[in-house]
Ligand binder design. Structure first.
Ligand SMILES: [Zn+2]
Length: 274
């Protein structure tokens, strides 16, 4: 069963009142940091993305990454949505980071071997576009994606495969394509220095009601378990806004993290890694 669909106005009213002044003034402790990313940025999700942007604004989060999909499911080529890309350029000009996130984000047209199915089982619903791609195929899609972004005036600094599932040799392929980092669920890999920065990613699932409820519980648990982690990541996805429980959990989790952590971004991590 899918979580109930709630219209944008209802969703926004359900969010607690703005508290950005509180968070921006909060005392941060030591070098505990938080990295925030919005996944699946595509005109197909424009309405849901607006809700996420407003949530980040409300919390006072100004530094975050947008993970762009140049042609979502082969039906939403960025170049055909000039208003959407103009907004992305505005955000990028304000310091928001642009990251390539697959080419089409699905597995249409790709062979799905038993090994592939086993590897992606439970991790994604046919969205592991790069999970089993050989390096040459991955490189073609990355180059095509970067060209699409550039044609819209957007320069990506890194590549994150859909569902964080990369095929063999992905790090090298991403580096050869001229990008500075990639990542998986466990951490960020800086490609010039070849450093892995351990940083677990918290994200929510809305594919099934029980998954949504489970991800809300896990997010709360991780807040406690990862209190001392130098760096944690939060990954927001557009469908998160369709479940009031998940959206509240996103807000609660970010709010709690911002009480103790400063917000960082990929550029800062890359600079530090050398
Ligand atoms: Zn994605």
């Amino acid at each position: 069963m899918r979580p109930p669909v709630v219209d944008r106005k209802t969703l926004w009213c359900a969010l607690p009142r703005a508290t950005q002044a509180h968070y921006s003034r909060s005392v941060t402790q030591g070098s505990l940091r938080l990295l925030v990313a919005v996944h699946d940025v595509t005109p197909a999700h424009a309405r849901r993305l607006d809700v996420l942007y407003r949530l980040l604004d409300e919390l006072g989060v100004r530094r975050y990454a947008l993970l762009l999909v140049p042609d979502w499911h082969g039906a939403w080529p960025l170049g055909q949505y000039p208003q959407f890309t103009a907004q992305l350029r505005e955000r990028a000009a304000m310091g928001v980071e642009i990251v390539l996130h697959g080419l089409r984000h699905d597995e249409v047209g790709l062979p799905r071997s038993l090994a592939h199915r086993m590897r992606t089982f439970g991790r994604t619903d046919h969205e592991g576009e790069f999970a089993s791609l050989q390096p040459a195929e991955a490189r073609v899609r990355i180059d095509q994606g970067l060209a699409t972004l550039r044609a819209s005036g957007l320069d990506a600094i890194g590549f994150v495969p859909p569902a964080w599932l990369g095929g063999p040799g992905l790090e090298r392929t991403v580096r050869d394509a001229g990008l500075a980092f990639t990542e998986d669920t466990r951490g960020v890999v800086t490609l010039a220095a070849g450093r892995r920065i351990g940083a677990p990613a918290t994200c929510w699932s809305t594919r099934r009601a029980w998954r949504a409820a489970g991800s809300v519980l896990v997010a709360g648990l991780r807040l406690r378990l990862e209190r001392a982690r130098p760096l944690v990541r939060v990954a927001l996805h557009p469908p998160d806004v369709e479940s009031p429980a998940v959206l509240s959990s996103c807000r609660r989790t970010l709010g709690a993290l911002l009480e103790r952590r400063t917000v960082t971004d990929y550029r800062e991590l890359l600079l530090e890694a050398g």
